[in-house]
Design a protein around this ligand. Structure first.
Ligand code: SAH
Length: 348
């Protein structure tokens, strides 16, 4: 690593920001990754110790009105068997998760018209009433401000909506023309103003991504300061227009996790299932690059394969308890521990 790159790392670690051009330059120096990881882990440990937070992911529907070019459950994919969980199914998943030590439930799904505000508010309220000590996170895509407000009033604490890319032209190449970068950003701003803990994020190695677009993602994170930031490698799905595109790499994902930890020291940063899919120890390596959250699957085993955002997704055949135990073991193996905790954001 040259002196200049070393200098960029120093400045990022002390000032938590670089210029857009400097981010793009740093991304072009993969040999900087180990030094970035070392600093990122020190920052994570100083704030969160050896604790790794868990969130139980409940994939409530794979029915979607959108047609995102990268996503396996896009509307145009006629080969997916569509499903939707009932409120009873969802509560049963949460019940099992609670017994396993989960104190945050993430309800994620496609943009399924069945989940009107009334239906979704009823589910949120029921989960909060049954598990008052738990946080409820929603990840149900783009909705109106009024809808976000109603869900918040019903008890939702957090909302995950990846911005996908902070470059409007890049956004347009990943999405159908009915979707827009401006609306995605509008949603994130509304969520923030309403009072949610907000998660943004992007795929690493998505088609047409460049060091320049990634630098914009990093500038966006610097300015928006999300409570959470979900990043994972893009993985092609066989029935999408991007089926032949290369997957994002382990190395670049790890490097970006470290950079994001240094930009925003207290951010909640998951080592994602996609990272675990491209490498057998991807999630451990993610934690060792500065991540501090894992989100194992609590969905009923029978539907897991159908929530196929990308090919070869891991853990689709396992029971929730197996996933929890497996992750417990993996985290202990790297000197960390899964904690029974809501895992709220710690403002510094
Ligand atoms: N409908 C919700 C949930 C989307 S799925 C929403 O719009 O927010 C959650 C995330 O999975 C997406 O935001 C996207 O970044 C990621 N994803 C989708 N397809 C993927 C793929 N092929 N490879 C990796 N990640 C993917």
């Amino acid at each position: 690593m040259n002196e200049r790159t070393r200098g960029l790392i120093e400045r990022l670690a002390s000032e938590h920001r670089l210029t857009e051009a400097e981010y793009a330059e740093l991304i072009g120096h993969p040999e900087a990754a180990p030094a970035l990881a070392e600093r990122a882990v020190a920052v994570r440990r100083a704030i969160y110790g050896d604790a790794v937070y868990t969130r139980g992911l409940i994939e409530i529907s794979n029915i979607c009105k959108n047609d995102c070019l990268y996503c396996g459950i896009r509307r145009s994919n006629r080969d997916v068997k569509r499903y939707r969980l009932t409120p009873e199914d969802i509560l049963a998943c949460a019940e099992e998760g609670y017994g396993l030590g989960f104190r945050t439930f993430v309800m994620q799904g496609g943009e399924d018209a069945h989940f009107t505000d009334d239906v979704l508010c009823g589910i949120v309220a029921a989960v909060k009433a049954r598990f008052p000590d738990c946080a409820v996170t929603l990840s149900m895509g783009e909705r109106s401000r009024d809808s976000y407000q109603r869900l918040f009033d019903a008890g939702a604490d957090r909302y995950l909506l990846r911005h996908e890319t902070a470059d409007a032209a890049h956004y347009a190449r990943l999405h159908p023309k009915e979707m827009s970068y401006d609306n995605r950003m509008r949603c994130l701003m509304d969520l923030r103003e309403i009072g949610y803990q907000v998660g943004c994020g992007f795929m690493v190695g998505s088609p047409f991504q460049t060091p320049g677009t990634l630098a914009k993602d990093l500038k966006f994170i610097e300015a928006f300061r999300p409570e959470m930031c979900g990043i994972g490698p893009f993985i092609p799905h066989h029935a999408t227009p991007f089926k032949d595109a290369p997957a994002g790499t382990l190395e670049q994902t790890l490097m970006l996790l470290s950079i994001i930890r240094l930009i925003h020291p207290s951010v909640l940063l998951p080592a994602t299932t996609a990272l675990g899919t491209i490498h057998p120890r991807g999630r451990e390596l993610g934690i060792l690059a500065g991540a501090n959250v894992v989100m194992p699957n609590l969905s009923p085993t029978g539907v897991r394969k159908q929530y196929e955002l990308y090919d070869n997704k891991i853990c689709t055949g396992d029971e929730s308890a197996q996933c929890r135990q497996c992750l417990d073991r993996r985290m202990r193996g790297i000197g960390c521990r899964l904690v029974v905790d809501r895992g709220d954001y710690k403002a510094l």
